[in-house]
Design a binder for this molecule. Structure first.
Ligand code: ATP
Ligand code: MG
Length: 728
């Protein structure tokens, strides 16, 4: 009939409306940031429900994070009100995978109460298998193999499918055998790992056509957000569910943006989005071009930057959110990361007080997006000093990270030998063969004599209560701690800290770890040691950390968000701060080392994601010096700064102590010398230099890359922890 359009359709532009209303047949919405892709998905679900095309349980919607799933649920609730009973299958690939697997666990040899192992469990298990094979687990580290299995599973490869070369690459050709043994062991334990949450459903669908058919009948509508970041296994899973026999409508709608594909390093395949119309013939492809999120300046800056990528489909974006008093994107320079954090803190307080534009701004509307998680430390410390509320999104706070807690446990025990909790945390980290039995014996002994465990350990070594192997291991631990304690007063504390992490084997543990998270953890450890420099002693530092940790993290508090660029995908904030735009950090050294353009282009997409999170205000920072391991290293401004269009960018001339970089050195000439060394003479690298040259006046203000090489700094990736599973 000719009913008036439903309220939830109000305000949609014609293309969005088409994407919402074309519910039959495959639809791909391919569009830039902030054009309403996610909003289209949400409204589409509302539309399907409101028109009675399906029950909630007949809709399958995949989001990239659990947070996004929650938000989408809320929004659907608002849009369709009480009309809906029950909820769609709405969640991440992993959370939906769990739900499927619980229903059919027996088909892959599990019971429905199977457990999901975390990375540590997986590593422990693999280590046992490696040892059982009679292999040297130092030569063939369990963590490395865990990383390989993860990569295979991202590609949808089971033990039988892995390439010959891959199988040979580990343990003299035993790779495949070990992978088999690992899967068998999981079965015995009634357990699975994260990869299995996709792999098992895939094999169930493949081996049980009747079950797949049931799901085909059930899921009448399938929707996927952030499609550009699906990996091969997710793609296979989705295709199995969405592809129907000839003649049956395939009601699948995927939305994405090739310019925001940022998980290639984790196996995401941007090609998935590019071959959508081959996988789903007859697909309607809809482009959205109006951006509803950002001002013209922000959009202009982002668009100009991303245009430097070659491998892209190319899209136009425009906004009607343009006002004469819109602020340009501002680029700031700081001397080092401490000053960077201080200046960002000042800017935040200025906005909060309303000095900037006469309006008081909420902290909730501001975010700091970093390239690597170690960068968070400086901001967290600064905000605690200022009493400014913050929350870390998509991962733990800096001092709550696993590797930081481990390291701190070592330091605590050196300063405070009675700290039993610290000892228990690290007694077998890295693994030294001090298993539960030994720890229990130690516990009992200490309890019985009312003495700290470390002291008890020293005594227990001399008895024959322990097996020789454990006794030897315990002896080593006690000797190490005695030595470190003796160094406490006379060795510089940062030096001692480094020594502790090295001699204990803790650093090596992560160096041997081939998982995607390991390089980031090593960086965080370096940052931890760096942050100790500001303190007189190890004790003073430990005290500081306990104060920081005490700071409140309350969901309902007005607070600045801090997160990695990777976890910022899909989000938006009034004001966005982007610190650390320096060569080697952003673009990241590893991407540069890769050579070729793919690594660099992924970094540039990440920059595009960062800029396009901002609605009204965007401040970018770079520092001239980063201090790594107590050594100053000069850094070069990121090439991405050169790629920003002057028409939309201001260079801040009023940067606090640094005094701008136009020549009014507030810090004295010596500091300028450093900055100057990379600001004028440069050899022309290939980067669209000509184009950038048009804008000399502005551009030179933030310096350009000189001929001198970027010093190597071991920055690592640090994606979000998108692996929490909820909604089971
Ligand atoms: P991203 O690529 O960053 O994920 P997106 O394409 O998913 O972005 P949304 O988050 O859906 O974009 O929308 C961006 C912003 O624009 C949101 O605040 C949304 O509410 C708003 N918006 C989208 N469409 C419209 C519209 N037709 N009218 C008004 N506001 C809109
Ligand atoms: Mg979105």
């Amino acid at each position: 009939g000719n009913r008036p359009p439903a309220a939830y359709l109000n305000g949609l532009n014609p293309e969005q409306r088409k994407a919402v209303e074309t519910v039959d047949g495959p639809v791909l919405v391919l569009a830039g940031a902030g054009t309403g892709k996610t909003r289209v998905l949400t409204t589409r679900i509302a539309h399907i429900l409101a028109t009675g095309s399906a029950y909630p349980s007949q809709i399958l919607a995949v989001t990239f994070t659990n947070k996004a799933a929650r938000e989408m649920k809320e929004r659907i609730g608002v849009l369709v009100g009480e009309m809906v009973e029950g909820m769609p299958w709405l969640g991440t690939f992993h959370s939906i995978g769990v739900k499927l697997l619980r229903r059919h666990a027996e088909l892959v040899g599990l019971r429905s109460d199977f457990t999901i192992l975390d990375t540590d469990d997986v590593v422990r298990l693999i280590k046992q298998l490696i040892q059982a094979e009679g292999l040297d687990d130092k030569r063939w580290p369990a963590r490395q193999f865990a990383g390989m299995i993860d990569t295979w599973k991202n590609k949808g490869l089971g033990p039988a499918d892995i390439p010959e070369g891959d199988a040979r690459a580990f343990a003299n050709g035993k790779g495949r055998e070990l992978y088999h043994a690992y899967q068998a062991r999981l079965k015995t334990l009634n357990a699975c790992d994260f990869g299995d949450l996709l792999m098992h459903p895939i094999s169930i669908f493949r081996n049980h056509p009747d079950i797949l058919k049931d799901y085909h009948a059930r899921f009448r509508y399938i929707l996927v957000d952030e499609y550009q970041d699906t990996n091969t296994a997710q793609y296979m899973w989705l295709r199995l569910l969405a592809q129907r026999p000839k003649g049956v409508p395939q009601n699948v709608c995927c939305v994405g943006d090739d310019d925001q594909s940022i998980y290639g390093w984790r196996g995401a395949e941007v090609d998935n989005i590019l071959r959508f119309d081959k996988d789903f013939p007859g697909a309607v492809i809809i482009k959205l071009e109006r951006n509803y999120r950002s001002t013209e300046h922000i959009l202009g800056a982002a668009g100009h930057l991303i245009a430097h990528n070659e491998g892209r489909l190319g899209k136009t974006l425009f906004t009607e959110r343009a006002n004469d008093d819109d602020e340009k994107v501002v680029v700031h320079a700081a001397w080092d990361s401490e000053e960077e954090a201080r200046a960002v803190g000042e800017e935040i307080e200025r906005l909060q007080r309303g000095d900037a534009d006469g309006k008081k701004h909420n902290l909730n509307d501001m975010a700091i997006l970093v390239r690597a998680s170690f960068q968070m430390r400086e901001f967290e410390d600064r905000f605690v000093t200022l009493g400014l509320n913050y929350r870390v999104i998509g991962g733990p706070r800096f001092y709550e990270r696993l590797e930081i807690r481990d390291a701190m446990a070592y330091f605590r025990l050196v300063c405070q030998p009675a700290d039993d909790l610290a000892l228990e945390r690290i007694i077998n980290t890295p693994k030294r063969g001090l298993g539960d039995t030994t720890v229990r014996a130690l516990h009992d002994y200490a309890r019985g004599r009312d003495t700290p465990m470390l002291a008890a350990a020293a005594e227990l070594m001399d008895t024959d209560e322990l097996k020789p192997k454990a006794r030897k291991a315990l002896f080593d631990v006690v000797t190490d701690f005695r030595r470190w304690q003796s160094l406490l007063e006379n060795t510089p504390h940062t030096e001692l800290a480094e020594q502790i992490l090295d001699e204990s084997g803790y650093t090596a543990m992560w160096q041997n770890d081939k998982s995607a998270e390991a390089p980031g953890r090593l960086e965080n450890l370096k940052e931890l040691i760096r942050s100790m420099e500001a303190f007189e002693s190890m004790r003073g530092f430990l005290e500081h950390v306990s104060l920081v940790m005490d700071a409140e993290q309350n969901e309902n508090l007005d607070a600045v968000s801090i997160m990695t660029l990777h976890s910022a995908k899909g989000l938006e904030f009034d004001t966005v701060f982007l610190p650390g735009w320096e060569e080697g950090l952003f673009p990241h050294q590893r991407a540069l080392d890769e050579g070729g353009r793919s690594g660099l282009e992924e970094e540039r997409r990440l920059a595009y994601v960062g800029l396009t999170r901002a609605k009204r205000r965007c401040h970018i920072w770079f520092v001239s010096n980063r201090r790594i391991h107590g050594l100053w290293q000069s850094t070069l401004p990121s090439r991405f700064l050169d790629e920003l269009p002057p028409a939309h960018v201001d260079v801040s001339a009023s940067d606090s102590s640094y005094g701008g970089y136009g020549g009014r050195g507030g810090y004295g000439q010596s500091r300028f010398d450093k900055a100057d060394s990379f600001s004028n003479t440069y050899s022309t690298p290939g980067w669209k230099r000509a184009q950038a040259n048009k804008t000399d006046a502005t551009r030179n203000n933030w310096g350009t890359r000189s001929g001198h090489a970027v010093e190597r700094i071991g920055y690592g990736e640090s994606g979000p922890k998108s692996r929490t599973i909820e909604g089971e």
